[in-house]
Design a binder for this molecule. Structure first.
Ligand code: PHE
Length: 448
């Protein structure tokens, strides 16, 4: 396609990809999962999953996306005559839609908390008051919907502006800012008395806390955090120029995402331990525990603003990438203009997102397997759709595509000199180890 939008340069590609990967998964989900699953032991398993299993999935998405130069559905059409493989693309678009629908709810909470932090209404509260605040906020019918709309509005605006002018340009200033902010917050947290207990919790493993569930949780989190398994990386990769080094870009994306997750841990856990709060608070960790800490610590009002601003932009750059998967599909497969695709996506996501938001309060009586709609979508996305999609993606790259084509794409037609041992190992994992391990973890996790 001649007039297809593309990323401009190397740095733009990297910040856009890191922007997709770094998000609520790092700042909200990772710290509370670490807290719930015994700290460092979870981190070790997580790192193993990322390096060994997720890297090949990411490379597969890169190969499929850039080689085809198409959206999630079109990519499989371009690379294979067999219709059945296109199902992977459709599943990707569906998964992106599901994920975006609940993601914007939490994105909305981040806007709400940022607003409160700016009005100093988070730090002027009593402890008891703060504890009930989160519950009150998310169960209200209207307020969360308004914030959700604001968040979705920002997302839509960037996607509307296109790949280079919207996604790339906004990521270029949001991403560096986010790194600086999280480092400042981590440093402040480390300066608190007794903070070292939090650092020990993060880096000294206690493997007795590990259960079979830990593996599925770590796998789901790794997929979610790296944005793999639902064709997001594939879609972004289709905008990457043919002379970029995609192996290096994958490494840098994985490295920055994991580094950011650890920094988020360092920003949160030392403060949690310093104030003697339990690290296993669950999803409320960022929205209940942290404001509590901010209200007690010196300079907390400013740190609160910085933190919720970071949370907001982290969430935004990720939701943009989710919307782009659906929009690219509509533009290229349904021949709809970018403007109309964004409008369609906006409307559909708003509807399901609103239901997810209401499922915290008014609609909490509607449950699926004992979970409200929001929790069901979160579970469906992280523990089912992403790993399953990832499994299909590596099967496609490993078994349907020719090895020579995969290597050709990874090395830019042989022009890049990449260590052949490295390529062979990655290919072996991609073809055998990754599908087997992901399938095993998924099946044992589901049956458990
Ligand atoms: N990786 C994002 C995060 O960590 C979430 C996401 C998942 C974005 C899948 C795109 C695709 O928050």
């Amino acid at each position: 396609m001649k007039d297809r939008d593309n990323f401009g340069g190397r740095y733009g590609v990297l910040v856009a990809l890191a922007g997709s990967a770094i998000g609520l998964g790092n700042l909200w989900r990772f710290p509370y999962l670490v807290g719930k699953n015994g700290g460092a032991a979870f981190i070790f398993i997580y790192l193993f999953m990322v390096v060994v299993l997720c890297m090949p999935v990411m490379l597969s998405e890169f190969v499929i996306g850039r080689r085809s130069g198409c959206n999630a559905f079109g990519a499989f059409k371009a690379l294979s005559q067999e219709k059945k493989w296109r199902g992977i693309g459709l599943l990707g678009v569906f998964s992106a839609f599901v994920t975006l629908s609940f993601y914007i709810v939490v994105g909305g909470w981040s806007v709400d908390y940022l607003y409160r932090a700016l009005h100093l209404s988070l730090t002027n509260r009593s402890t008891a008051n703060l504890e009930t605040l989160f519950g009150t906020i998310i169960t209200k019918p209207w307020e969360p919907l308004i914030y959700l709309l604001v968040f979705l509005g920002f997302t839509g605006m960037v996607v509307l502006a296109g790949v280079k002018k919207g996604i790339e340009r906004s990521s270029k200033f949001m991403m560096p800012m986010m790194f600086v902010l999280i480092v400042i917050i981590a440093l402040r947290s480390l300066m608190l008395p007794g903070s070292m207990a939090g650092v020990r919790f993060l880096f000294r493993p206690d493997f007795s806390a590990v259960t079979p569930d830990t593996f599925l949780a770590a796998l789901g989190q790794a997929f979610f955090s790296l944005s793999i398994g639902l064709c997001t990386i594939l879609t972004y990769a289709s905008y990457v120029k043919k002379d970029e080094n995609i192996v290096k870009t994958s490494f840098l994306t994985v490295f920055s995402d994991t580094g950011f997750a650890l920094l988020a841990g360092l920003a949160i856990m030392p403060a949690v331990f310093s104030f003697g709060i339990s690290p296993g608070e669950g999803p409320g960790l960022v929205f209940v525990t942290l404001p509590l800490i901010f209200s007690k610590m010196a300079g907390g009002a400013i740190i609160a603003i910085l933190f919720f601003f970071t949370l907001f932009i982290a969430a935004l750059t990720s939701s943009i990438s989710l919307m782009e998967v659906c929009v690219a599909y509509l533009i290229e497969e349904r021949k709809v203009s970018r403007r109309r695709s964004v409008a369609l996506c906006f409307g559909a996501v708003l509807l399901i997102g609103a239901l997810c938001s209401l499922s915290q309060g008014r609609l909490s009586h509607i449950t699926f397997w004992g979970k409200n709609l929001f929790d069901s979508m979160d579970f469906l996305s992280g523990n089912v759709l992403l790993p399953f999609g990832g499994l299909l993606l590596v099967i496609f790259a490993g078994w349907k595509m020719k090895k020579a084509d995969v290597i050709d794409e990874l090395t830019n037609g042989g022009r890049l000199k990449i260590n052949p041992h490295f390529l062979n190992i990655e290919y072996f994992i991609l073809k055998y180890l990754a599908p087997l391990t992901v399938a095993t973890i998924l099946i044992t996790g589901w049956l458990h």
